[in-house]
Structures are given as C-alpha cells and as structure tokens.
Design a protein around this ligand. Sequence first.
Ligand SMILES: [Zn+2]
Length: 313
Amino acid sequence: MRRIRLRTFVAGLGVLLWPLAFGAAPSAADALTVLQLAPGVFVHLGQQLPLDAPGHDDIANIGFIVGSRCVAVIDTGGSMRIGRALRNAIKQRTTRPICYVINTHVHFDHVLGNAAFREDRPSFVGHWALAAAIARSRDFFLQHYADDLDQPADAAQIIGPDRAVQHTLDLDLGGRHLHLQAWPTAHTDCDLTVLDDSSRTLWAGDLLFRDRLPALDGSASGWLAVIDQLSQLQVQRTVPGHGPVTTDLAAALDAERRYLRALIDGVREQLAQGGSMQQAIALVAAAEKPHWLLWDSTHPRNVARVYEQLEWE
Ligand SMILES: [Zn+2]
C-alpha cells in the first residue's frame, strides 16, 4: 500500500516536473485553440464580434505553418494576450524556431499580438506599404486599444515589418515554400496574401470576408479588381480573414463581389439622384443585409467611404 502511494506520488511529481524538463511547454489553458487544416497548417478561427465588444481582440483568423526548418506565423491577433496564446499553441506543437511573423495588413485585430513574438527574433514581413500604415496607426491603436497591450501601453509594442514585399516574395520554411503577394489598394492599402505551396492553402487576409460583412478601408473598385485576380488562383482551401475556411474560393469571392458591386452601384445611383449620405446609408445595397453579420456596425461606414470617393467623380 505504501509502495503504491509512493509510486503515485512520484508519478504525480513527474507530471508536475514534466513541463520544466521540456522547456516549460505551455498548458492547454494558456494556448489558443487551433485546427490543423493540412499537415503543418494550423488556423485559429476568430469570433464574429463587433470591434468594441469584449473579445474584440479575438475576431480575426490567425495561424501558423510549420516547415522542416522553422515556423511562419500569419497574423498575431488583436492583443498581446492573443499573441501569447498563439505562441503557446505553436510551442505545444513544435520545438522548431519561429523565423517569420507575416502580417496580412495593418488592422489591429491582425497585428497587435506581434510583440508577443519579439523574443523569437523573427523577421516581421509585410506589404511594402505596411510600415507606413503601422506608423500612421500607432496613435490610434494607443488611444483605442491600449488595454490590449502590456501595461503601460507604449508605441514600441506596435511592431511593423522589417522586410517588405514589393510585389511577390518566396519564403523557405524547409521543405515548403510560402508565396507572398502584395496587392494594389483593396480592403486596405497594404493587403498581402500567403500561399503555402505544399498544401495549396491560401491565406487571403481580409481580402476575403465570409459571413461577416466586408469592411472597406481602401478602395471598393480596387477590391473588385483584386477579387477577379484571386478567383483565378488554383487552391485547395482558403483561410479568409474572418469567417469559416472554404474549399470553394470562387463561390466565397462571388458573395463578396456581389456586395461590393451593390455598394458601388447603389451609391452612384444615390449621387445621381441627389440623395444625401443618410439616404444612401439607408437605401444602398439593402437587399444584401440578410446575407451578412454585423451589418449595422459596418455598412454605414462602407457607404460613407464610397460616397466620399465617388462624390467627386
Ligand atoms: Zn482588416
């Protein structure tokens, strides 16, 4: 009896000490939930919440890709908390170093976790216009999202890229290559996609929204042009910036194209009739409303942006 107790005690001690022996592998509670889409391709699906709701730091799809040499992170979430939890999820699955942190664009929900990876000394990679976009956004992030950074919040935690993608860039993770592509102004002025050639998985960033209404921070007509090019890609699956992963990229892009066309055509019609911005917000693309989440918090801003852009045409 005593021997069994002793053995149980030693076994229990082993369980307690095990994380220390293996470099303190993080517990499941500290790690973000991720799905493996294909060998070495992991995604965490963000929640469909408004930008100001509790949990707003966890609304974007983020993830990582593991090669035989090292790991690339794709977007880091909207807070240090999410960035650390993503890093813990990586450390649970591989001991390989994190060599790249890739940001698909400037929005807070994709970049504010960057500093959680600083100790890994990765190269931070983004669109050629991302560095300027981050620099422009630092004050805004500190004003609106200070609670999502470590305290005291400071600008040094908002990390921009040290490596810029002019048009395309290939990254070698060992046994697998990532093809990065920088796009003309669409969702933002710094949209970047990542294609993993081993699994033919496309990370579209916010060039693709599913279920959640697309939020326009760039050019609606530019976005339509990029959608036409993305729809030509031959891929197995696509990770959108928001919403579920899809194996039918063309159909997913069709829904987004339909909304953006209705937005542009509707605003143009309102302008031709002398309609006010308020009338445009109420009337434009109204038939699209049942198809999308978070309409009331996103659609008015989209209309206002297109209205301002088309007003001077
Ligand atoms: Zn975005």
